[in-house]
Unconditional design. Structure first.
Lengths: 305, 252, 131
């Protein structure tokens, strides 16, 4: 079974720590969302997993050993991001040829058909593609290479909604067709969130949460109703955000401990709803309490920062 | 419905061979630039030949000096520059997208370089000979210069061996400098300055040392000996490049 | 309880988890007769593609139904509708889902200041209207 393990992985660049003490174990054939805000260390973690970077501390292991400079890991891993540089002299067709040579499971027929579908002419040069087209090509290449460890860094950036939807289906179909460990990183996930079996959230270079996506999502609730009733119901709970809706009414987002259930007194006029994975993730990693509203309110009241 | 993917095994040799094929397929500019340079060199040689005619009565001696050195110089420059491109950051990062480790990439690159330097030296010699033999196409009688005990083919063989030796050295040097540049520009500048200081401090002895080394390499009576020494020296240059960049990071 | 949206769409903000929504959808299929007794239901992969969700989540929905004895597993063949599944679902929904809905309705009508008599009257009217 495929396994990717970060053990106390640390990555420092001159004077800047991109990742500190990341311990995370991903196991088996599944789609995992690696989430985090910009600068949280997602890309560094992905590049460590791809063997592009060498950890300055700790270990990053897959296929029975450290991945850095491992031919076995490289032959079974593909990492694609917006910045992936294919040889710029090659046409898309030429890149497909090279990928087919490099990765034994590469499905060339499918890749060609998908390129046709997404109107990517095989005579085009990779460098001359627009951002969205380039990411579309990269995602097709990354998925049809069918590597046991597939690392997709912000794969849906710059695409229009229709293409994004189609590619989400491609991702799911490819996973069903050839199950593997697919790690998708991103800070915006609309559309992909239902595909995740697990989520790992990185914040400030550390692992914040690694949990089954369903279980994670279910731990976040939005409670709205009369302010005092909401206040009473959420007492002692971890409140992530609180804001006034109608006068005297309040909407609160809470995070529950794993394995606990929410007890909402019935008849108190409270509405309890779940959050989408994306909202839950934003609520968790969002800035200080009160969010951007608070910044404006404080500015208006001339509160000293 | 679904097939579980098994991890693929890949031998170092296969990975290196693929790197050679990939270089051939995806870097046509390297071979293309060589052909362009050699063609330009030929045209230059032909057009810049100086004529002098002497007439003694009814005997007319026409001496035409074809200087094909420019082809050799361009080929050597190319042998130095091509590995700079091959070892550049862009090339490294695009190589790492495919199944490679740093060692197989280097082996593939060095194999590829050896291959094209060999071919390039061969075409350079052919180009020189062509320039030399162009006058033969005319109808007049031509007196060729003396080619030594083995005639024209011997001359060509010696020329090829010497050119290949220098080209290998140039390629090794280019590969090392390119690799070091990929690691750190500062490092290369530092090393260069350090070298100058070293030679300066040693003053005459420094240059003398360099001269001795050059003499060891190039002061050979036998072309074959030169080739062996040059191949050895470039192998050392390649090895330093491989060892120094075994920890190079992509996309940092 | 697939009230909102098209039946083949997950409501991410519903208070019931995705796998529960999938299970509910299959239950409705059984009640409607689309999945007859001893008939095969969709596999986790078919469900995953239909809904655009992770196959593991779909499998969770199926397993939930198999724990509730609504589906049964035939090794290597997939999931099938158990005998009496329809009755099991209806009984469960009567005691669970329907009660929840009644509770919601009562809460809502008290918020609106509707008396209990008025609410019963409203329900009766609605029932007569449907007949």
């Amino acid at each position: 079974m495929i396994q990717l393990e970060f053990e106390k992985a640390e990555k420092r660049f001159q004077g800047k720590t991109a990742l500190r003490d990341l311990t995370l174990s991903l196991e088996g054939e599944k789609i995992v969302g690696l989430l985090g805000r910009n600068g949280a260390g997602k890309t560094t973690a992905m590049k460590l997993a791809a063997g592009f970077l060498k950890p300055t501390g700790g270990d990053v292991r897959a296929f029975g050993g450290p991945v850095f400079n491992s031919l076995l890991a490289s032959a079974n891993t593909i990492y694609l991001s917006e910045d992936t540089r294919f040889p710029y002299t090659l046409t898309l067709g030429g890149i497909i040829d090279e990928l087919a040579r490099a990765y034994p499971n590469f499905d060339r027929g499918l890749a060609t058909r998908l390129m046709d579908y997404f109107t990517l002419p095989s005579f085009m040069k990779h460098a001359s593609l627009s951002k969205g087209m380039r990411n579309t090509f990269n995602l097709i290449a990354g998925l049809t290479a069918r590597c046991p460890l597939t690392l997709l860094d912000e794969p849906l950036n710059g695409m229009d909604a229709a293409v994004r939807k189609d590619l989400t289906s491609v991702l799911l179909k490819e996973f069903i067709e050839a199950p593997r460990l697919i790690v998708v990183s991103g800070h915006q996930l609309q559309g992909l969130e239902d595909l995740f079996e697990e989520v790992a959230i990185i914040d400030k270079g550390r692992l914040l949460i690694h949990e089954e996506a369903d279980a994670f999502k279910e731990r976040f609730k939005r409670i709205s109703g009369k302010a005092d009733a909401v206040g009473a119901a959420t007492e002692g709970l971890r409140v992530l955000s609180r804001r006034q809706s109608l006068p005297g009414m309040e909407e609160t987002v809470i995070e529950m401990e794993p394995g606990t259930a929410l007890f909402a007194p019935s008849g108190a006029g409270l509405t309890v709803s779940s959050l989408s994975l994306n909202d839950a993730y934003i609520a968790l990693t969002g800035g200080m309490e009160g969010g951007i509203d608070r910044v404006y309110a404080d500015t208006a009241r001339k509160v000293k920062p | 419905m679904s097939t579980l993917i098994q991890p693929a095994r890949l031998s170092r040799k296969d990975a290196a061979v693929r790197q050679i094929t990939r270089n051939l397929a995806s870097r046509p500019g390297i071979v293309g630039s060589l052909l362009a340079l050699q063609l330009a060199g030929m045209l230059f040689s032909i057009s810049s030949s100086d004529d002098s005619s002497n007439a003694f009565g009814n005997l007319n001696i026409h001496i035409q000096n074809f200087n094909s050195d420019i082809i050799i110089v361009l080929t050597l420059a190319w042998a130095f520059l091509a590995p700079l491109y091959l070892t550049g950051r862009d090339s490294f990062e695009s190589d790492m997208v495919f199944a490679n480790d740093r060692l197989t990439r280097h082996f593939g690159n060095i194999g590829y370089l050896a291959l094209i330097v060999l071919a390039g030296s061969l075409t350079a010699v052919l180009a020189c000979l062509t320039v030399l033999l162009i006058p033969l196409l005319g109808s007049r009688e031509v007196l060729l210069p003396e080619f030594g005990p083995w005639g024209l083919s011997g001359h060509a063989l010696i020329m090829f061996t010497v050119l290949l030796s220098y080209a290998l050295l140039a390629a090794g040097l280019g590969y090392l400098i390119g690799t070091l540049l990929g690691l750190s520009r500062l490092l290369v500048i530092g090393l260069f300055l350090l070298g100058l200081i070293f030679l300066g401090v040693l003053d005459d002895t420094g240059w003398h040392l360099l001269g001795r080394f050059a003499h060891f390499l190039f002061g050979n009576e036998q072309a074959a000996l030169l080739l062996i020494k040059a191949a050895g020296a470039s192998a050392i240059l390649f090895a330093i490049a491989v060892i120094s960049s075994n920890r190079q990071e992509a996309g940092a | 309880m697939q009230k909102e949206g098209s039946p083949l769409k997950i409501n991410p903000e519903s208070s019931s988890p995705i796998y529960r929504q999938v299970a509910d959808w299959i239950e409705e299929g059984i009640i409607a007769g689309s999945f007859p007794e001893n008939g095969k239901v969709y596999s986790q992969y078919q469900l995953a593609e239909l809904y655009g969700i992770n196959p593991a989540t779909a499998a969770k929905g199926l397993n939930l139904l198999s724990e509730e004895k609504i589906l049964y597993k035939k090794r290597g063949l997939g999931m099938f509708v158990a005998e009496g599944a329809k009755e099991t679902i209806m009984k469960k929904r009567r005691s669970g889902t329907l009660l929840d809905m009644i509770r919601e309705t009562v809460t809502e009508s008290r918020l609106l200041g509707i008396t209990d008599e008025e609410l019963i009257e409203l329900i009766k009217e609605e029932m007569e209207g449907m007949e």
